[in-house]
Write a protein that binds this ligand. Structure first.
Ligand SMILES: Cc1cc2nc3c(=O)[nH]c(=O)nc-3n(C[C@H](O)[C@H](O)[C@H](O)COP(=O)(O)OP(=O)(O)OC[C@H]3O[C@@H](n4cnc5c(N)ncnc54)[C@H](O)[C@@H]3O)c2cc1C
Length: 528
């Protein structure tokens, strides 16, 4: 195939125009060809002349008919190695592998193990997607929190109530990233995610997709059990013998994948007590900021709305005088701030958008990196103590509701008593308060300095009535479970996986880590 990169067309171009541009670029006249878009990104530097930039793979019956003169740095003949899942190993398995958690890491690990004939059993403490959705809507409406089935816990994991952004910075020379996107497309996602620079699913689509993936895994011999929390492990002579479910049921197992996510604090405690080697890990904390989406579109596209491009997304970063970095994270165009708490008396926020991203406001987390030096306690669970400290303050600042403050009041260190023209777009009850008081001084100051600097890049970002809510504390895992070259923990048969284990950040990278663990188990054990 011939790969063409850096091919530019106006964002208003037609499908025919793309085909004509390919034919003109390869000077192939009427020679028939097919093509596949491998990447589409946006170049909006010239607001009046916004362009899509394409990478396309072109297929001819006989590529030799294309003149050698057309080849250059952006036009090359290439051969791509397809993704390979390893052949089963020799060691026998007495029981099916157990996968704890049905987030992206657990689901993708289960999908590839099921397809390879390992009949995995997925144990999930929360409910299946539809019931969970009702539970979460009830929480947002009436404030009744279910500590095991909420925005963090349940089928699909933490990302189910999200914007479903699928981009990742993880380098991928094995083709696992494309595998993840292909599985999502087969499960109902739009094929455009295969090539968009910033692919996203939207929470309304995600619920259907995780259900379809479950059905596929069940058809391939896997099984799911919901409301099934792993509360203990049975270990003998350094090897796993069984997992304990809901404090009572003992399920024999010699292989267990811990894909528990970044919020399973009770489970981290249990694993630490059972001798799973883990260490404290840096993460980031901060607040969520809201602006009118039209303001962001105006700044990035030069127009308040654009039907083809939809809601604009930004990424901003700033290094403060105090040396700390402030950056935007998990930006949700046309989205909502959500109450993403999972423990009573604790309050954490996050963001989500529906597939259409047609909400009035844009929001993102503005976060600052924190390290074990910032944690109130030593040891692997120090980060959890830090999160709980902030979330307790947030809960108190809002008396159980999401505390919200205007940037003007934030700068004056005073509680807000009224909003300006920006109205909160929040899932869950909220109240006016002093959000700055939640944060340690250095973090609070860094965020103020960051917002002012972002106001120089995006006019209006630092407007007085921009809204801040908090606390954003679940940005990634506060612990890392140590794993060896075969991706196994210090207890034989245990495989730490995904975000909770400290090896991923985001839906796609967690899913990719799930595939990696499935490969490692397959290389070692014979299937059924
Ligand atoms: C509101 C929100 C929005 C987000 N938006 C995005 C986004 O747009 N794009 C993006 O890339 N990332 C986003 N993220 C982050 C993303 O969701 C996570 O990075 C990803 O889900 C991590 O996948 P995981 O499988 O490792 O863990 P998780 O998705 O956290 O799944 C872990 C699962 O394990 C279960 N579990 C935990 N303990 C036990 C136990 N003891 N027994 C049984 N089951 C257990 C949990 O219930 C949970 O379902 C968002 C997160 C949130 C909360």
């Amino acid at each position: 195939m011939i790969r063409i990169t850096q091919m530019k067309l106006p964002v208003t171009h037609t499908k025919e125009a793309l085909k004509e541009k390919i034919a003109k670029t390869l000077r192939c006249g009427k020679l028939p060809f097919t093509y596949e878009i491998r990447r589409q990104s946006l170049d909006a530097r010239h607001k009046n002349d916004k362009k899509f930039v394409y990478t396309v793979d072109v297929f001819f019956q006989d590529e030799k008919k294309i003149s050698k003169k057309v080849y250059n740095n952006n036009i090359m003949s290439i051969k791509e190695e397809p993704y390979h899942f390893p052949k089963p190993g020799e060691e026998s398995l007495d029981f099916p592998p157990v996968i704890v958690g049905s987030g992206p890491a657990g689901i993708f690990c289960a999908w590839y193990l099921a397809r390879a004939g390992y009949r995995p059993i997925v144990l999930e403490r929360g409910e299946e997607a539809r019931k969970r959705q009702e539970r979460v809507n009830d929480f947002w409406k009436n404030g009744i929190l279910d500590p095991d089935s909420n925005v963090q816990f349940g089928e699909g994991g933490a990302g189910t109530f999200s914007d479903g952004k699928l981009n990742t910075l993880v380098k991928d020379s094995f083709g696992r990233n494309q595998e993840v996107l292909k599985r999502f497309v087969e499960a109902g996602a739009s094929p455009e995610i295969l090539y968009q620079q910033k692919p996203h699913l939207g929470t309304d689509v995600l619920v259907r997709i995780v259900e379809t993936l479950r059905h596929q895994i069940e058809e391939m011999g896997g099984s799911f059990r919901f409301r099934s929390k792993v509360t203990d492990l049975r270990i003998e002579q350094g090897a796993l013998k069984a997992v304990v479910i809901n404090e009572t049921e003992v399920l024999p197992a010699s292989v267990c994948v811990l894909a528990i996510g970044h919020s399973a604090r009770d489970t981290f405690g249990m694993l630490h007590d059972r001798g799973i080697c883990m260490e404290p890990k840096s993460f980031a904390v901060g607040l969520r900021i809201e602006h009118p989406q039209k303001l962001i579109n105006e700044e990035l596209y030069g127009e308040p709305e654009n039907e083809i491009l939809g809601a604009a997304s930004y990424k901003v970063t700033h290094t403060c005088k105090n040396g700390r970095g402030v950056y935007s994270f998990c930006m949700c165009p046309g989205g909502f701030v959500v109450n993403a708490s999972s423990e009573p008396g604790m309050l954490a926020v996050n963001g989500m958008s529906y597939q259409a991203r047609d909400g009035e406001n844009a929001n993102s987390a503005l976060i600052v990196t924190v390290t074990p030096e910032d944690f109130p306690e030593e040891g692997p669970l120090g980060g959890i103590a830090f999160q709980r400290l902030l979330e307790k303050r947030a809960w108190e600042a809002g008396k159980g509701k999401i505390p919200v403050q205007t940037f003007k009041d934030y700068r004056m260190h005073q509680a807000s008593v009224s909003f300006g023209t920006v109205c909160p777009k929040i899932k869950g009850a909220y109240t006016l308060s002093d959000v700055r008081s939640i944060l340690p001084k250095e973090i609070g100051d860094s965020i103020e300095e960051g917002i002012l600097s972002f106001g120089e890049k995006l006019k209006g970002f630092d407007r007085e009535d921009a809204l801040l809510s908090g606390v954003e504390s679940r940005t990634s895992s506060p612990v890392r479970m140590v794993r060896d070259k075969d991706l196994a923990a210090n207890i034989r048969g245990i495989y730490p996986c995904g975000e909770g284990a400290g090896y991923a950040g985001g839906i796609t990278s967690a899913a990719m880590d799930g595939i990696k663990i499935a490969e490692s188990i397959s290389k070692k054990y014979r299937n059924f």
